[in-house]
Design a protein around this ligand. Structure first.
Ligand SMILES: [Zn+2]
Length: 306
């Protein structure tokens, strides 16, 4: 798999020693510290084409003091620490606080940013969304103390002391083919009409990834899987998934859609899928493939190329 997967391949040194041993308040004051900002689910970019709008140490420190927002050490480059700061405490209109850039949803611009910026914003988003949603100890309801430069928390109650880490929910996604070389694509009723994609689902407790592939294909399409081959994975921090992509070989047979989750599922030949269009210009019978920044699309394109 040589195709670059959006949000993956971050080259940044995550500085694990600094994360563990450093003091976030001190790291924020180091020369060369730079901040990327998060505000109520959106992140700050600037320019055409867009890129991360980094704020320097002085600006970042002022905002940190003004908002008392969550701060996170992302890593370190030759110039100093890179940090992510949640400034959701700032009041602003629909366009967000004025910071010399645009507040964007990563999902809507991820494919337009430099690849390393997309990967870095996905990383920052994953941890900050977790911090935003994890306000109290899940074991006892107690207050949490932040540690590891923002990457974990510990329950403040001496009788509990539970550790909490950002969660990553594994989800499998698979391009299923039959012995005739056709691909199994389906659609959920909540999707935009016309879009067909790979089957996918979350891994359940007590399942290996291969088990989850076989179960999901059986549940959603009534098709038995003979073998699975791992292809690639994609961080998907919307809010906390890791998409794990497979090719799967089916035994064959005609698919039967799960009426609760799947509106339509069927075998398509390469010639048929080649006529599918894009969301803004659907192809034959109004059908189109998922966005190019998704691992689903990467799996389909690889199959189309044979
Ligand atoms: Zn606790």
């Amino acid at each position: 798999m040589t195709t670059a997967i959006l949000y993956s391949g971050l080259g940044l040194d995550r500085a694990h020693c600094l994360r563990r041993d450093g003091d976030i308040a001190e790291l924020m004051r180091r020369p060369g510290a730079r901040f990327t900002l998060y505000w109520r689910g959106r992140q700050l970019v600037a320019g055409t084409p867009p890129a991360i709008r980094w704020l320097d140490r002085a600006y970042g420190l002022r905002l940190a003091e003004a908002t008392a927002g969550n701060c996170l050490l992302l890593g370190e480059d030759g110039a100093g620490p890179l940090l992510a700061l949640d400034v959701s405490g700032l009041e602003a209109g629909e366009n967000g606080p004025e910071m010399g850039g645009n507040w964007v949803w990563l999902r809507s611009v991820g494919g337009l940013l430099p690849a390393q910026d997309s990967a870095l914003l996905a990383y920052a988003r994953g941890v900050l969304v977790w911090r935003e949603k994890t306000r109290f100890c899940a074991s006892c309801g107690g207050a949490l103390l932040v540690q590891d430069s923002g990457h974990s928390t510990r329950c403040a109650s001496p009788s509990c002391g539970a550790l909490h880490f950002p969660r990553t929910d594994p989800a499998i996604i698979m391009l299923v083919t039959d012995p005739a070389g056709r691909a199994l694509l389906g659609r959920q009723p909540v999707w935009t009409p016309g879009m067909y994609s790979c089957l996918a689902g979350f891994v359940e407790p007590g399942e290996a990834l291969e088990d989850a592939v076989a179960r999901e294909v059986w549940e959603e399409a009534g098709i038995k899987i003979r073998s699975t081959t791992y292809v690639a994975s994609q961080p998907w921090p919307f809010p906390s998934s890791l998409m794990i992509g497979f090719n799967a070989m089916a035994e064959g047979g005609e698919p039967v859609a799960d009426p609760h989750e799947i509106e339509d599922v069927r075998w398509f030949t390469r010639d048929e899928v080649s006529t599918f269009g894009e969301a803004d210009r659907p192809g034959a019978e109004g059908r189109f493939l998922p966005r190019r920044d998704s691992i689903a699309r990467v799996l389909v394109e690889a199959w189309l190329k044979g």
